[in-house]
Design a protein around this ligand. Structure first.
Ligand code: R5P
Length: 297
């Protein structure tokens, strides 16, 4: 028998995943002391295989929680620990862009590999590293993609739309979403000057006059990448611009800025709890937990 352990602030996805995977669900109780320390309380006896659901949006505090939860779970009986982290933070810092810069991806990955036997995630931002095996060396790492699920949603709610990736790295997601549903697609090129300053250039000759455009990306953080892509699509005469992302971080004024840039609708998966969630990853994650050779088998 396995158990799904989750945190209260991810209750909706936890309940969907427990139901889809046929797992009993229990919650980790958290207390934050006035000095910022965290106390966790887990069920006092855990089954040999325990699955922990914890997305790493706002990652720094959650990494501490993961370290404590994993160590505590092993003391309470879990022999095999699977982490389901729909949004895996720190994946974009995958090289030293300046001398002395710490390659966070490598070290966060190694920490997860030390704490967990298996890690399942969705659309991790793997650029210079090709597989999850490289992120969590020696462990079972599974990267799922929500692109086909978002593609199905877009095909139904914006029929005939062109899918536009705001940068070259989005090609993998845009292509997967578009090909599964027979949609046209293209990707832009992007230059990032600062956290909130990006330049997005649409492909030369891409004709958008009168077309519905859906911008598709793995993650929206400040939203500036999508804002610039939206401006570009409107400048080419797009009839409408909608946005679909796997991970809806949308920090600060991101949503307001998107709407100010003329974005009509914003859609996301429930990998990160957000008002834009319309597509659930629960069934897909449950499938990964149940498939032969999976961390649960
Ligand atoms: C990076 O290339 C990602 O795919 C996203 O495009 C990026 O992280 C979005 O960041 P922001 O919303 O802050 O522009």
């Amino acid at each position: 028998m396995s158990l799904l352990l989750a945190f209260d602030d991810e209750r909706a996805l936890a309940e969907r995943l427990a139901q889809a995977a046929g797992l009993p669900l229990a919650f980790v109780a958290r207390h934050r002391f006035p000095d910022g320390e965290t106390r966790l309380r887990l069920p006092p006896a855990l089954p040999a295989h325990t699955v922990l659901l914890r997305g790493l949006q706002q990652p720094n505090e959650k990494l501490t929680e993961l370290m404590l939860a994993a160590a505590g779970a092993r003391e309470l009986g879990a022999q095999r620990l699977t982490l389901v982290s729909p949004y895996l933070a720190y994946m974009r810092q995958d090289m030293a862009f300046a001398p002395g810069e710490v390659v966070s991806q490598r070290h966060v990955g190694r920490a997860l590999a030390a704490w967990f036997d298996a890690v399942i995630t969705v659309d991790p931002h793997l650029h210079r590293v090709a597989t999850m095996d490289e992120v969590v060396p020696g462990r079972c790492g599974i990267a799922l993609s929500a692109a086909p699920l978002l593609g199905a949603w877009i095909a139904e709610h914006a029929p005939g739309a062109l899918l536009l990736g705001p940068d070259e790295e989005a090609l993998q997601w845009v292509r997967a979403a578009a090909q599964a549903h027979g949609m046209a697609y293209a990707v832009c090129s992007k230059l990032r000057h600062a956290d909130r300053k990006v330049e997005v250039t649409l492909p030369e000759g891409l004709e958008l006059r009168g077309r519905a455009v859906v911008l598709l990306d793995d993650v929206a953080s400040t939203g500036r990448t999508l804002v610039e892509a939206a401006h570009g699509a409107h400048a080419r005469g797009a009839a409408s611009v909608d946005v679909a992302v796997t991970h809806a971080l949308f920090v600060g004024d991101a949503l307001a800025e998107l709407h100010a840039a003329g974005v009509r609708r914003v859609w996301s998966t429930d990998s990160v709890p957000h008002e834009s969630n319309v597509v659930s990853i629960a069934g897909m994650v449950a499938g990964a937990l149940a498939s032969p050779g999976s961390p649960r088998a």
